[in-house]
Ligand binder design. Structure first.
Ligand SMILES: Cc1cc2nc3c(=O)[nH]c(=O)nc-3n(C[C@H](O)[C@H](O)[C@H](O)COP(=O)(O)O)c2cc1C
Length: 322
């Protein structure tokens, strides 16, 4: 798949994940074979005003490249200015979020709200494409709700405005994450534009990835929830797509090694305490299907120091916890 002049080395990419997709997680996903990793969404206003919380999301590292930084907002001039800042901060791709369903975002016409304002959406894309020195991509949902499914119209407008690729999460805004993603909408979009289309929604394995690629004709697949506590899903997908065989899940010690690396990365980025607290949710995902996961999770949540957390991980790796 090519995004503008950028050639990706595979079809499976990491979804933007707010609260999760920071540098340490992206580095893990890239090392396990994600062809492109994405930042959490960032507010265009936060960026241009230089707000600390948003600027901290700009942390990047050559080892994660190619990396996409994602923006949300509805003001064409501010979005364009912010897209330039992202490119200057090391983004290989700038992605525009027109899919976020969260009330806090749509209330200010951000995220999926712009699906209801196609003229403004197109103006935002055109303004960013005009000013941003790197390729600009767009991420949408199928539509606002079941009565307003307008992915085809939006896709054509996005292409006309000069976007280099389009990701479609095949659910409406009102579906949030419920039900099955409606992949036929991806098929329709693929048939109606020439830019690469990345399909998104409910890919949790190599067979899912192959099914989406074959059923919809999309150029790439984006993985969100399937990567939570399983950054190695990108290795599994690559392996399945090339051999037709499913890799077994990593052993417990391998998994714990990944948890340790994730924790070290978060500690370097955010400090020991915040890193350890953020690892609570990640650790719960990493151990989800293990016997005794609920008890392990409770012990993780009660770790009050780095020593306690690391010794718990050592116990976990030795198999004496499960
Ligand atoms: C915790 C969480 C955070 C998310 N944050 C973002 C975000 O910042 N930007 C965005 O475009 N989508 C975001 N999404 C949506 C995902 O990128 C993706 O479209 C969705 O999860 C469907 O893909 P999946 O079935 O592979 O999970 C988020 C989803 C989850 C579960």
């Amino acid at each position: 798949m090519k995004i503008g002049g950028l050639a990706l080395d595979g079809p499976a990419v990491l979804a933007p994940l707010a609260g999760i997709g920071n540098l340490p997680f992206r580095l893990l996903c890239r090392r396990f074979g994600a062809a492109l990793v994405s930042s959490e969404m960032m507010s265009c206003h936060g960026l241009v005003r230089g707000q600390g919380q948003t600027l901290r999301m700009l942390a990047t590292d050559p080892a994660e490249r190619p990396v996409s930084f994602q923006l949300f907002g509805a003001d064409p001039a501010v979005m364009a200015e912010a897209s330039v800042l992202l490119a200057e901060s090391g983004a290989d791709v700038v992605d525009l979020n027109f899919g976020c369903p969260v009330p806090k975002v749509v209330r200010h016409r951000g995220g999926a709200a712009l699906l209801k304002e196609p003229d403004l959406l197109e103006a935002v894309v055109a303004a960013c494409v005009k000013q941003c020195p790197c390729p600009v991509t767009v991420k949408i949902r199928s539509g606002w709700d079941e009565r307003q499914i307008n992915a085809l119209e939006i896709a054509r407008r996005v292409e006309a405005a000069g976007a280099a690729a389009l990701t479609i999460h095949a659910r409406t805004r009102s579906q949030k994450f419920e039900g099955r993603a409606e992949w036929h909408v991806i098929t329709d979009v693929v048939r109606s534009v020439r830019i690469p289309v990345i399909g998104n929604g409910d890919v949790f394995s190599g067979p899912d990835a192959r099914a989406m690629l074959e059923q919809t004709g999309c150029a790439g697949v984006m993985i969100g929830r399937g990567a939570l506590g399983r950054p190695w899903i990108f290795r599994s997908i690559r392996h399945f797509l090339t051999t037709g065989e499913e890799l077994s899940e990593p052993t417990l010690p391998e998994r714990v090694e990944v948890i340790r690396e994730h924790y070290q990365g978060l500690k370097n980025l955010k400090g020991e305490r915040t890193g350890r607290l953020e690892m609570r949710k990640h650790t719960a995902w990493y151990i989800k299907n293990l016997p005794g996961a609920a008890a392990i999770r409770r012990r993780v949540n009660s770790c009050e120091s780095e020593e306690a957390y690391l010794s718990l991980l050592a116990e976990l790796a030795s198999g004496s916890l499960s």
